[in-house]
Design a protein around this ligand. Sequence first.
Ligand code: CUA
Length: 189
Amino acid sequence: MTAIHPPSHKVWWKQPVDRVEVVWIGIALVWCLIMFFFMPFWHVFGDQNYSGEAYRVTPERFNEKVNELVEQYTVRYETDRQIPVVRPPAGSDIYLLARLWDWYPILELEKGQTYRLHVSSVDWQHGLSIQPININFQVLPGYEMVLNITPTEVGEYAVVCNEYCGILHHAMLSKLYVVESDRNGEPQS
Ligand code: CUA
């Protein structure tokens, strides 16, 4: 019997299971178990999962915090949609908002400084992906995730949404700038 022909016995589920089938079910089961136990294994030994801070936040409150940041530290505007580029003080709390369908604002950070990056969505589930360094996080409305980040390379990074979020998901792109620190040689607070 092959898979493309109908079973020769009408009551096929009462046929004994073929040895080969049992072997494949066994292999699949063992492989499932291996993958299952590798999840906690990599969490502990592979440093793969971020077990950092997350807080409840309302979209309104998060929006307020983002707007405060934009009001205080915007240095210029970019693209024909006039998205603010924000250069917050080194070491501060910074905010990045995901929404249908953009990232707001564009952040400009200093190399070698550590920031507390707060990320949340005000509408839908999005995915924060920073390329090419392969940072990858889910962004959910109602939750504010805090990532401690220290950029190590000057450059222009791509911020991509990697969770399908509707018709313009593919256009939900932005940038992140990392620039040389202004405070060369100065002690860092
Ligand atoms: Cu936002 Cu896809």
